[in-house]
Design a protein around this ligand. Sequence first.
Ligand code: ADP
Length: 482
Amino acid sequence: MNVRVLSVASEALPLVKTGGLADVVGALPAAVEPHGVKMTVMVPGYPSVMRAIGKGRQLHAYASLVGEPARLLSARIGDHALVVLDAPAWFSREGNPYTAGDGKDWPDNWRRFAALGRAAADLAGGLVKGKRFDLLHAHDWQAAMAPAYLRFAPPEGGRAVPSVMTIHNMAFQGWFGAETFAGLGLPRSAWSMHGVEYHGGVGFLKAGLEAASAITTVSPTYAAEIRDPQFGMGLEGLIVSRGERVRGILNGIDTVQWNPETDPEIAERFTARKLDRRLRNKRALEEEFALEPGDGPLFVVISRLTWQKGMDVLVEVLDHLVGIGARLAVLGAGDAAMEQGLRQAAARHPGRIGVLVGYDEALAHRMQAGGDAILVPSRFEPCGLTQLYGLAYGCVPVVARTGGLADTVIDANPAAIAAGVATGIQFGRIDRQTLAHAIDRAVALYGDRDEWRRIQRNGMRCDFSWQASGKAYADLYRSLIG
Ligand code: ADP
């Protein structure tokens, strides 16, 4: 029999995306379906979502959900079921789902995402007749109150359902002052070390991690790393205490969206056997970024411009990168100082460094198709998707050895080269020397055209589809519903 799962998150492709979370939540329903799981995705009704679903069918109307009227609407997301939390007081705001126009978090984020959690717990617990769920799957802090409500304030007369809490990034924990507790509608008993209380306030992710039946994160290495303060960011003790209940399941990629053989966005389609065809994509990319065409390696970066992503260190090595004959195209947005550092480097090296500040999904495809190598110098990386897209497109990943980057790229060390299995380059610490050395290695390898092609082909033949991970999630769900 099918297992019915409600998957709750603050973003999901193709409706709303700020990062990898959306790719994963959007891809999961199809990933688990072959393994007997029917998944319904639940997201807030931001303007973009409301426009996409049209009217929807009303499942339930709240006179007051955490203080404001709200409705649950049923719709479709591709071939899969979707539930939208239509609460205009909280979600009818254009732009980024979490921040106001000035880039600062909305001050009522605690209330907005408590509402998402409350409604998800109600729905999973049987609020709507004819909609039964066997399990609730919550993603990141914005959905983390759902398992907490199921545990500490379950819907009256509802069914007890198990829950899974997935950490896509431990750096975002959703901490709010103690004064918010009274607005959450939780019993006093939930204000405890084993409840929602965290450092004198309310910790949304912490609450979800305490309450969930099982915890996952998005790569095996990150699952191990978050037991350590450097990566656990205060929650390492809780992770260690949950022991065997924490596991890492690697994200897959959407191999229909990200397939160089059929990609409609790129100048010329190609396969592992027809790598020569990449050249037209490289020339097109050079033109798009106003770079001098050339035979030397063209690096690309597609990233949020943040400390996590090591973009400050990248800025420091750009003169070196140009000095050894390489070029770079950057697409990203984020930290103003990093944007400025990149722009200044582009101004110092016209024709060698091109920077586009912004978010452009189609351009991301063209960069993977035309770039020779993608740089991912993250200080930590729960899974990372851009290196997986790079592997699929023959854009060789040059990555920090952390989290999912460590799990998905095989460093071209002598043993891996001798065995014919290398797929990219890994480096240890995130500092200027180490990154510069990794770039040197990439440039040297690129000079050996046969070896470089072998590395490209090895990467393109890797299977990072959802096949294995879809099964891993389905097995986990089954183990919890018993
Ligand atoms: P994170 O979720 O931490 O930002 P991931 O590597 O897991 O990092 O996912 C990032 C996703 O966002 C990828 O799909 C990547 O292609 C995309 N992306 C990041 N920045 C941009 C951008 N400026 N324009 C287009 N796509 C971007």
